[in-house]
Design a protein around this ligand. Structure first.
Ligand code: NDP
Length: 333
């Protein structure tokens, strides 16, 4: 699979270039809005070609797929250009700035019959899969509630548009709540129904929220409590799932790396749970390559990206209005 990177981004540099290559992908060009940054990025990462034109990149007949990791407001036009050119698309979350925009991207890919995936990495991790297996195997009985702790301290090199630009899609809700929405959907197999929330700017956010706490109800009655922040240096991350017969404590697993520890607690006592420590992004790429070759679906589809965005938008609306908000999935499958 031959790739074009759209976006000379940190996530591409830190994780995705390695993951694409490790899974047999060849990166043949990169697009940046700055010719200097694009050229420097190409040299640093041994990418043969750089340029400033998305249209030119997607018109390249050698390109099979694009990975879009620009700021959020650019995802939609860039994805639509790639889809129109018949390229498969792996798009960063949040897919777009609005639900209607995200739906339009996924529908366009369906009409053109190209693979469209959302880069929700957490559902690709061995730890989250092990938690899901415990739930599915009935090890904790009937699930009652989930608690997600995803309050981190935003690294200094990422303290740009995420904390000061609503126009670029900044704020912790589009950045991290979308991931947590995907995790909850992945673990429970359900789509959150109604949310209440409060948000704050607690030290980093300028014009956008940097912290949010929300409570979601699931169609089955399962309750979810979710906390995302950019301002917590020592909080650690974690995921708990509580059931009638046991509880799962997964500490340090809301992360980009295959780390953290899982413990199952039941009447029989405490038991560490092993999991496969494969690369999260590599797994996403592996599934994408397979889907593009006609085998199965990507790990997180476009509709998964639409749904995680829908939950995040509902959380923000609930925080803004103080009202309970029913999640509008915009007709997502
Ligand atoms: P960056 O800020 O690193 O990159 C975003 C854009 O900013 C780039 O496309 C680039 O534009 C521009 N840029 C990069 N470096 C500079 C610089 N030094 N000066 C000026 N502009 C610069 O963002 P991230 O990599 O953190 O995030 C990109 C996307 O990926 C977002 O949508 C985010 O939500 C998502 N993401 C997803 C993760 C996941 O695990 N799925 C993890 C992290 C991010 P240009 O391309 O035009 O050069």
């Amino acid at each position: 699979m031959r790739w074009a990177l759209i976006g000379a981004s940190t996530i591409a540099a830190q994780y995705m270039i390695r993951a694409l290559r490790a899974e047999g992908g060849e990166i043949i060009r990169v697009v940046s809005s700055s010719s200097e940054r694009g050229a420097a990025f190409a040299v640093t990462h041994a990418i043969p070609l750089s340029g400033v034109s998305v249209e030119e990149a997607v018109a390249d007949p050698r390109v099979d797929a694009v990975y879009i990791s620009t700021t959020n407001e650019k995802h939609r036009p860039q994805a639509l250009a790639a889809i129109a050119a018949g390229k498969h698309v792996l798009c960063e979350k949040p897919l777009a700035m609005s639900l209607a925009d995200a739906v339009s991207m996924v529908r366009a890919a369906e009409e053109k019959d190209v693979v469209f995936a959302t880069n929700h990495h957490l559902r690709c991790s061995g730890s989250h899969r092990a938690v899901r297996a415990l739930i599915r195997d009935g090890r904790i009985g009937r699930v009652l509630s989930l608690r997600l702790h995803h309050a981190v301290h935003l690294p200094e090199n990422l303290q740009g548009w995420r904390i000061n630009s609503a126009v670029a899609g900044g704020g912790v809700i589009p950045d991290i709540t979308v991931h947590d929405a995907d995790v909850v959907r992945f673990l429970t197999g359900e789509d959150p129904k109604t949310v209440v929330a409060q948000m704050a700017a607690s030290g980093l956010g300028k014009g956008v929220e940097d912290s949010v706490m929300s409570v979601w109800s699931m169609p089955s009655g399962v309750m979810v409590m979710s906390h995302e922040s950019f301002t917590h240096p020592f909080a650690g991350t974690g995921l708990e799932v509580h059931g009638t017969e046991g509880s799962i404590f997964a500490k340090g697993v809301m992360t980009q790396n295959p780390v953290g520890a899982i413990e199952l607690v039941t009447a029989a006592g405490r038991e560490p749970v092993a999991y496969d420590p494969h690369d999260l992004y590599g797994e996403a790429v592996r599934r994408f390559h397979a889907a593009a070759a006609g085998h199965g679906e990507p790990a997180a589809t476009g509709w998964d990206g639409v749904k995680s965005l829908a939950v995040a938008l509902a959380v923000r609306e609930a925080a803004l209005t103080g009202a309970a908000v029913d999640v509008d999935y915009g007709g997502a499958k």
